[in-house]
Each structure stands twice: as C-alpha cells, then as structure tokens.
Design a protein around this ligand. Structure first.
Ligand SMILES: NC(=O)c1ccc[n+]([C@@H]2O[C@H](COP(=O)([O-])OP(=O)(O)OC[C@H]3O[C@@H](n4cnc5c(N)ncnc54)[C@H](OP(=O)(O)O)[C@@H]3O)[C@@H](O)[C@H]2O)c1
Length: 274
C-alpha cells in the first residue's frame, strides 16, 4: 500500500523514531523512501546510521517530495511548523499527525489546504512494537487515507479507527495509560519488597506479571473478569486481596484517572480552536 511512496517525517524525535523503525523493520517502505527531519543534525545522523533513512533539516523540501507527511513535533511547535509547511502541502498528499490535542480542522486551517488529514493517538510502547494507536479521519480524508495511516501504525503495534471525537478519551485510556501501569508496577515492586523479596527480583516479577496478564487477555480473548474468576480459589489468597483492593477503590480510581486525563486533553485541544 505504501510501497512506492515517499514518507516525510517532520519532527523525528522519540515517537517518530519508533514509527520510522517500525516501517523500516516491517519493510512497509524501503528505508530510502523515508525522509526524517528535525533541527539537530547530530540526531539526524544517528537516525540515518540506525535505519538507513534519508534525513534533512529542511521541512519544506522533505514535505514537497513526499506522498505522505507524518507530523510529529510537540503540540506547542504545531503552529510554527504547520505555518511553515503552508503553501508546500498539496491536496494529493496525505498528512498524518501524531500531535496530541491538535484537531484535524486546526491542521487544515494552518496548512491552508484541503489535503486529507489523519490524526493519530499512539503511545510509547510503539518504541518496542507493542503500541496501541487510534486513528481518526479529518474532513477531507477517506478510506484509502485511513488504510495508509493504519499501515504505518500497525507496523508498531495495534491500530484501531475511531471518530475524531473519541481521541480525547483515547488519550486518557491508552495514550496516557502506560503511566498508570508504571505506577502499578512500581507499587507491586514495593509490595514485594515489603514482604521480603529482593528489589531486583520483585521488579522482574512485577513487570512480567503485568505483561503476562495482558498477553492472556489478548491471546485468550476472555473477559478479564472471567480470567480473574478462574484464579480465585474459595477462601484463597487472590480473593482476600480482591476484597482489600475493592474496598480501597482500585477500579474507581482508574476510571477517575481516565476521566480526568480525557477532560484535560479536551481542555488542551481548545487552545487550537479558531
Ligand atoms: N511520547 C508519547 O507518549 C506520545 C504519545 C502520543 C502522541 N505523542 C505526540 O508525539 C509528538 C512527539 O512527541 P515525542 O515524545 O516524540 O517528542 P520529541 O522526542 O521531543 O520529538 C519532537 C521532535 O521534534 C523536533 N522538532 C522541534 N522543532 C522542530 C522543527 N521546527 N522542525 C522539525 N523538527 C522539529 C525535535 O528535534 P530538534 O529539537 O532536533 O528539532 C524533536 O526531536 C508530540 O506531538 C506528542 O503529542 C507522543
């Protein structure tokens, strides 16, 4: 689908680096079809060495020769970079944005062109090919544009399509989600240490437990409540812990956290309203 296309990646930092790695490793596109840009020449040279991609410090030049332009600068740089690209981006090019909280309507307005725009909300596990990304079509994007964007994000993990109105909730759930689980892993490590397990061993056991539980949910397709019920022996240890976790509000606190992050994402998006 992207085989003969050139992809410009504007703002080749952490997230974009993961996407470049995913696209090249999965042979979605040949390395030479990718042009990565950022201001730091040294970091570009590292990207070139690592993945064999072309690099440039000239955003306009890179965008002009691409079929697909992935914009991955920080949201606070969005206005500057999109205004710089206005006049360069054409209607026949696809723009994919990973910038959190920047609506497709604002991207089109700043680019001053009705080019198709697909907005994505990935997460950092994209760095280890285990990302969870939701993509949404802007007003001028169609099925073929979504399919090209899906190919990009599927090269670094799971990719789902949703209406753009759901992307704030995706930010609250999977975009910010790794952080909640880092906190859970850290707390589980402390729990293990408190009960006498050496910290380094507790760290391995806690992380592997979260990984294994997620893998079981994904691979069996079973509802998490079914998996939970399967391992709760009457009068046993798990049900004793469940009672404590329920009485301390573990589930409610996670739901509240996702709600708060979603609302914060909505507030931040307002900065880009016309
Ligand atoms: N990290 C996440 O978990 C996550 C999740 C979802 C979405 N996102 C989104 O992904 C985007 C990037 O995040 P990140 O964590 O990858 O940040 P990052 O590592 O700071 O990457 C942004 C890159 O943009 C480059 N840049 C800044 N100004 C530029 C300009 N004028 N022209 C070209 N490049 C420029 C910077 O490099 P130089 O300083 O060398 O120019 C930097 O490497 C953000 O919009 C964020 O909302 C991130």
């Amino acid at each position: 689908m992207l085989k003969n296309q050139t992809i410009a990646v504007i703002g080749a930092g952490h997230m974009a680096g993961a996407l470049i790695g995913g696209m090249v490793k999965s042979k979605l596109v040949p390395a030479k079809s990718v042009i990565a840009t950022r201001r730091g020449a040294e970091a570009l040279s590292e990207l070139q060495k690592k993945w064999g991609v072309r690099t440039s410090t000239d955003n306009k030049k890179a965008a002009a020769e691409a079929d697909v332009i992935i914009v991955a600068v920080k949201p606070q740089m969005a206005k500057k970079v999109l205004e710089e690209l206005a006049g360069t981006i054409r209607k026949d090019q696809l723009v994919i944005s990973v910038m959190a909280g920047v609506p497709t309507a604002a991207i089109s307005r700043l680019l001053r062109v009705d080019a198709p725009v697909v907005r994505a909300m990935p997460n950092t596990p994209c760095l280890v090919d285990a990302g969870a990304t939701a993509i949404a079509a802007g007003a001028h994007a169609g099925e073929k544009d979504l399919a090209r964007a899906e190919a990009v994000f599927s090269s670094v993990g799971l990719c789902v399509t949703l209406p753009e109105s759901a992307l704030d909730a995706v930010t609250g759930l999977s975009g910010s989600g790794p952080v909640y689980l880092y906190m859970a892993i850290e707390a589980m490590i402390d729990g293990g240490v408190k009960m006498g397990i050496p910290r380094a061993v507790a760290a391995k056991l806690a992380a592997q437990t979260v990984f294994g539980a997620a893998k079981l949910v994904i691979e069996t397709g079973k509802h998490p409540a079914v998996l939970k019920d399967e391992v709760t022996t009457p009068g046993g240890t798990a049900i004793t812990a469940i009672h404590v976790l329920e009485s301390k509000g573990l589930r409610s606190v996670l739901i509240d956290g996702i709600e708060a992050a979603t609302n914060r994402s909505k507030e931040l998006s307002k900065l880009f309203e016309a």
